[in-house]
Design a protein around this ligand. Structure first.
Ligand code: CMP
Length: 824
């Protein structure tokens, strides 16, 4: 046990030192982590050389304490890693991550395996260590650290999708690397037998088990959080506890992946926490985790740096060659994955195109950090591994980590310059000029006002005015260098940012549900990627597919048709209502007010095309919303009533706030009023799931064919018919398919596409699909739902039963079938 005072003293000095490195790094344009590691190594050296010398006073105490700081794998794994992982997973958009899960998993699992084996075999070629040891090294160095790349991507305004892929990859590949490491480590120490099957099985259990645990623990904390209202201190503390509890429960007790547990629990908090926390509470939480992440990151690099001299001093020169091969093969493996595997599977290019420059950044920026070091330290601490193997693993890993830090990280900026990524893209540059020019004119105008206002002597103003005028002239000079098409893209980017802002504003005012807003913001990210790479056309397409049917609706439809359960579909459609309504209102706002406000920033010719894109988007949204409203007018009315109430509550809230600010009421009354408001707001903003009204009896009652039947018969018929909701545009029957059912339209309409130009429209009470049943032939035409359409499905097996019972029905159906199949 350390003595407490020197430890606290030593840690405080380290914290102060690391904190001061940040401004130094910024000023010297150096990567922060590189600087930290360098300081750490230097300190490690000093401590190695001097700690035996008897230096009196605080300096001596410090040296003594530092020499007793032994960074162990346990410290990294159980103290630093949960914080680092939680912090970065918290800021990831979980919704987008789920959407991109396959490329990310591909990179994190397949990519990691490829890299492990490639590196392992390459190193084994030039060393006398057994293959397992070399594979172990391969696994250790395949966990990438995204911090550098992601920071660069943010600076450069890279597509969101790219940053997400890199960040997601490295979070999950930490987990895969640790799991691989444990498996290989087991083989090395002879605890487990090498076998592909059992290896893959335990890999899966550990990986998925960790994720499940994280999910369960995250859910529990969310439940607790929902009960704790507006106590940020409690909320923050609970999330901190969650990070550590899920890691320790996973790693230590259940022996599943701790990283996966933390990743999933943090994603859950990130995705749903925002709806549970108040806005201020969420901001506090973000800043808490930002701070914790900063401490963990800085301490870990310095402390790891201090270990480096210890490891390298014990290494021999024979390891130079394997170390070199390791560095080279790790780079080749990464290259192969990014430029060979990914394009081969079309992973990177689905969605936005990834430029060579960005690929180069992903390649060269694949740094290795804390996780690799922790794993190397575990090897050092594991009994049962030969001394030689320990030195081998540790030296190799440390060499690679140092290489990526001191070579890759320091040269990434020049690399950016090589690809022209270090300056603003021409479009941003042009916009910057416009903004500046606009500001210059504005400043000139306000100087005059200020002069009169403050009674400043006019001659004083002349100089300043000349300066601004000349700057404005200078800016105006080489303008018009962008073609109109690019200006449209620039303008669309601005509008999309505005759109984002408007969504957030509506959420802050409590008018749009936070969950819905999150979906809209995530959609906005995709739209921006689309507009950036493909301009207006791509944006329109993206809008079109977003107004199409997203995964939750398709899932709901599936559940309704297979299991007859309409709850999920009702909820999804309810959400769709809200999403579309919010989109419509924001798009209308932009078209009415915002586009014309851009005249100073974008040339006039660019405005009409921008307007056109937005009009097309609005038309798409309106169409989808109209279809919903036509089908569920009651629900639409209920939503509008709630919206009205929310607006009223908003005004009420403002009013109380003003009274509080003016000192008319005190805090007690205010809080009392507030409590009532919160309750009413909750009531108005939680909507019941949409009732699809797919009640067979009701639907049968609406079909005129069945109208005249007596109650008992209707009851019998009802047993044979299955209610089903068709979505607008959905293909219900496909020409040429073998049919095993016919459909009665209860409400809505469908088009029979006999002839492309003149489809036959069928409405309520009519039916289709009978020909295939009667004649035993393939479907003669496509039939498509026009709007939301309630159908009653009659399957082949019940068809005969029903027709035998109901002679009139039989007659009508057969007669219609004859007419329809008669040549005209
Ligand atoms: P089926 O061939 O099973 O699938 C396509 C359906 O389109 C067909 O059954 C009829 O129900 C319907 N159909 C075919 N021709 C016409 C028509 N002229 N008018 C209305 N509906 C038709």
């Amino acid at each position: 046990m350390h003595e407490l005072v020197p430890v606290v003293f030593g840690l405080s000095v380290l914290l102060a030192l690391t904190a001061l490195m940040l401004p130094v790094a910024n000023r010297g344009n150096l990567p922060f982590t590189v600087l930290l590691a360098a300081i750490g190594i230097l300190m490690g050296l000093v401590v190695q050389l001097l700690h035996a010398a008897e230096i009196p006073g605080p300096i001596g105490d410090l040296l003594h304490t530092f020499s007793s700081f032994r960074l162990t794998s346990e410290t990294i794994l159980f103290l630093f890693l949960p914080t680092l992982v939680f912090e970065s997973a918290l800021s990831i958009d979980a919704r987008a991550l789920v959407r991109e899960l396959s490329p990310i998993l591909f990179l994190a699992v397949i990519g990691l395996l490829v890299s492990t084996f490639f590196v392992g075999y390459s190193v084994a070629l030039v060393s006398d260590q057994p293959l397992v040891t070399c594979l172990l090294v391969g696994a250790i160095v395949s966990a990438t650290d995204p911090v550098a790349v992601v920071a660069i991507f943010r600076d450069l305004g890279a597509p969101h999708r790219l940053a997400l892929l890199v960040e997601g990859e490295s979070l999950l590949n930490d987990a895969t690397a640790i799991v691989m490491f444990t498996l290989l480590g087991g083989m090395l120490t002879g605890v487990s037998e090498p076998s592909l099957l059992s290896g893959s099985m335990s890999f899966l259990t550990v990986f998925v088990g960790g994720a499940l645990l994280g999910f369960v623990m995250g859910q529990i904390v969310l439940l607790v959080l929902a009960e704790v209202e507006d106590l940020p201190l409690v909320e923050n503390t609970l999330t901190l506890a969650l990070a550590y509890l899920s890691f320790i429960t996973a790693e230590h007790y259940l022996h599943v992946s701790g990283v996966m547990a933390v990743v999933v629990s943090a994603l859950l908090i990130g995705a749903r926490g925002r709806t549970v926390f108040s806005k201020a509470g969420w901001e506090l939480l973000e800043s808490l985790w930002g701070q914790l992440g900063f401490w963990a990151n800085s301490l870990i690099f310095v402390l790891a740096g201090m270990v480096v001299p210890v490891i390298l001093l014990s290494a021999s020169f024979d390891l130079m060659l394997p170390a070199f091969v390791l560095i080279a093969s790790a780079a080749v493996a990464r290259f192969l994955i990014l430029f060979g595997l990914l394009p081969a599977f079309g992973v990177l290019d689905a969605g936005a195109k990834v430029s060579a420059g960005f690929r180069a950044v992903m390649f060269w920026g694949g740094l290795r950090g804390a996780v690799s070091l922790a794993l190397a330290l575990i090897v050092l601490e594991t009994p049962g591994i030969s001394e030689e193997a320990k030195v081998f693993v540790a030296t190799l890993v440390v060499s690679l980590v140092l290489f990526t830090l001191f070579v890759n990280a320091t040269t990434i900026r020049p690399l950016l310059a090589l690809f022209g990524l270090n300056k603003l893209p021409p479009a941003d540059e042009a916009l910057r000029r416009r903004v500046l020019a606009d500001a210059m004119t504005d400043v000139q105008r306000s100087i005059h006002v200020a002069v009169q206002h403050h009674a400043i002597e006019p001659e004083l103003v002349a100089d300043l005015e000349r300066e601004y005028a000349s700057r404005a002239r200078h800016l105006g000079k080489d303008e018009g260098d962008l073609d109109p098409e690019t200006w449209v893209r620039v303008g669309l980017q601005i509008l999309l940012r505005l759109e984002r802002h408007l969504f957030e504003e509506r959420m802050d005012q409590g008018l749009v549900d936070q969950d819905v807003t999150r979906a809209l913001l995530s959609q906005n990210d995709r739209f921006r990627d689309a507009a950036r790479t493909g301009g207006g056309v791509a944006l329109q397409q993206a809008q079109h597919s977003a107004t199409g049917y997203p995964a939750d609706i398709r899932r709901g439809v599936w559940l309704q048709r297979r299991l007859g359960w309409s709850g999920a579909l009702g909820r999804a459609l309810g959400r769709r209502f809200e999403t579309l309504q919010a989109s419509r209102s924001v798009l209308e706002d932009i078209l009415e007010r915002q586009v014309s406000g851009l005249t100073e920033l974008v040339p006039d010719e660019a405005l009409p095309p921008m307007r056109k894109v937005y009009e097309a988007r609005l038309a798409d949204v309106r169409k989808a919303l109209d279809a919903l409203e036509a089908q569920y007018p009651e629900y639409a009315r209920a939503l509008r009533r709630d919206l009205l109430e929310l607006i009223a509550l908003r005004h009420e809230q403002d009013r109380y706030q003003r009274m509080l600010d003016d000192g008319i009421i005190g805090h007690e009354i205010f809080h009392d009023l507030q409590r009532v408001l919160v309750k009413r707001r909750d009531a108005a903003s939680t909507h019941p799931p949409l009732d699809l009204g797919l009640d067979p009896e009701r639907l049968v009652g609406k079909v005129s064919l069945f109208k005249d039947l007596d109650a008992a018969t209707i009851k019998e018929i009802t047993q044979l018919l299955r209610p089903q909701l068709a979505l607008p545009g959905e293909l219900i029957v496909r020409a040429g398919d073998a049919g095993d059912s016919m459909y009665f339209i209860s409400s809505g309409a469908a088009e029979v596409m006999l002839d492309k130009d003149s489809p036959v429209t069928l409405g309520s009470g009519e039916f289709f699909g009978e020909l295939a049943l009667i004649k035993g032939q393939p479907r003669v035409a496509d039939v498509r739902a026009l709007g939301f359409t309630d159908l009653l499905v009659l399957y082949r097996k019940d068809f005969q039963t029903l027709l035998d019972q109901e002679k009139t029905l039989r007659e009508v159906i057969h007669r219609t079938a004859e007419q329809r199949s008669a040549p005209n």
